[in-house]
Design a protein around this ligand. Structure first.
Ligand code: NAI
Ligand code: OAA
Length: 333
């Protein structure tokens, strides 16, 4: 039995993500929670003839508690998206408290669940969840993930396009490390597998496109939100990886995800290479039965990439601290 819960399930990401999770045959129970419309989304998705039983929940009558109780994996795309001209950090004032309150629910009702945070700004919302779980005495850094898979998906697509290759084969695997906003997103094109020969102008252009791919969608949607469908694809892919590893369906699962480096999985080496003080970074990980099994080194980097990492570290410190101090100042916990 595997129960998956989506928090923010009626939203732009939540609906297609729930649809894709309905197709994951490892999931037996799919709980869809939102502050609006979740029963309708659940009724609709429940007609699909895949194994999971789908239920929708709203806040009245303990909906959050019911949605979370017994959850093995909780995916959080709840909160507001960007409009043109905004940074992800501009979402902090609204989304920080939404994510904090969801984390309080997780601590009470699903303390052992894998928690996948999609809500922006991911650089700060992941530390928010961690600090709440710590306060409640249930924090396991190996089970908390900032979902940065969309950056990896974009990198693969954009490099394939630049190389004149088909994108559908997902042929190009490119590590993307750091955080999930602007210059904190660091694609390591020198580690592209298979190798691609790119001149510096193309590397510059691809790096910029991967770092600001989210803005491309925000601009194209012109006030109607940010990436939802590609994010649902990426979120479902990452959730499947976590579940494949936890269930033993796949023996060796490698992903990139924004995690606490201060865990038994070995992130301290990465942290010390980054200058010692940074607590969260998107890193290559091996996933296993209990979540993050091993945090791997970032690997060989070009001088250009070393420079990108330095810029990412400079920005990330403040983002992380902002999330942590928000929880420290929250008097209702
Ligand atoms: N990590 C990533 O790579 C990406 C993250 N995002 C972020 O995901 C978030 C959601 O984006 P969209 O789905 O486009 O927004 P949306 O506005 O379409 O949907 C958000 C949903 O969250 C719900 N919600 C609000 N407060 C809630 C609460 N307290 N509990 C439960 N549900 C609540 C809303 O009712 C709404 O249905 C945004 O913060 C966005 O920036 C978006 C794309 C990529
Ligand atoms: O750009 C945004 O605000 C949404 C997001 O995180 C992305 O598309 O990568």
């Amino acid at each position: 039995m595997v129960k998956a819960t989506v928090i923010g399930a009626a939203g732009g990401i939540g609906q297609p993500l729930s649809l894709l999770l309905k197709q994951n045959t490892l999931i037996t129970d799919l709980a869809l929670y939102d502050v609006v419309n979740s029963p309708g989304v659940a009724a609709d998705i429940s007609h699909i003839n895949t194994p999971s039983v789908v239920k929708g929940y709203l806040p009245p009558d303990g909906g959050l508690e019911k949605a979370l109780t017994g959850a093995d994996i909780v995916v959080i795309p709840a909160g507001v998206p960007r409009k043109p001209g905004m940074t992800r950090d501009d979402l902090f004032n609204i989304n920080a408290s939404i994510v904090r309150d969801i984390a309080v629910g997780i601590a009470a009702h699903a303390p052992k669940a894998f928690v996948l945070v999609i809500s922006n700004p991911v650089n700060s919302t992941v530390p928010i969840v961690a600090e709440v779980l710590k306060k409640k005495g249930v924090y396991d850094p190996k089970r908390l993930f900032g979902v940065t898979t969309l950056d990896v998906v974009r990198a693969s697509t954009f490099v394939a396009e630049a190389a004149g290759q088909p994108t559908e084969s997902l042929k190009f695997r490119i590590p993307v490390v750091g955080g999930h906003s602007g210059v904190t997103i660091v694609p390591l094109l020198s580690q592209c597998d298979p190798k691609v020969q790119l001149d510096q102008a193309t590397i510059d252009q691809l790096t910029n496109r991967i770092q600001f791919g989210g803005d491309e969608v925000v601009k194209a949607k012109d006030g109607a939100g940010s990436a939802t469908l590609s994010m649902a694809f990426a979120g479902a892919r990452f959730a499947a990886a976590v579940l494949d590893a936890a269930s033993g369906k796949a023996s060796s699962v490698h992903e990139y995800t924004y995690v606490d480096l201060d865990s038994e999985a070995g992130g301290k080496d990465v942290a010390s290479k980054l200058g010692g003080n940074l607590q969260y970074f998107s890193v290559p990980v091996t996933l296993g039965k209990n979540g993050v099994e091993k945090i791997h080194p970032l690997g060989g980097m070009s001088e250009y990439e070393e420079g990108l990492v330095k810029k990412a570290v400079a920005d990330l410190g403040g983002n992380i601290e902002k999330g942590q101090s928000f929880v420290a100042k929250s008097s209702n916990l």
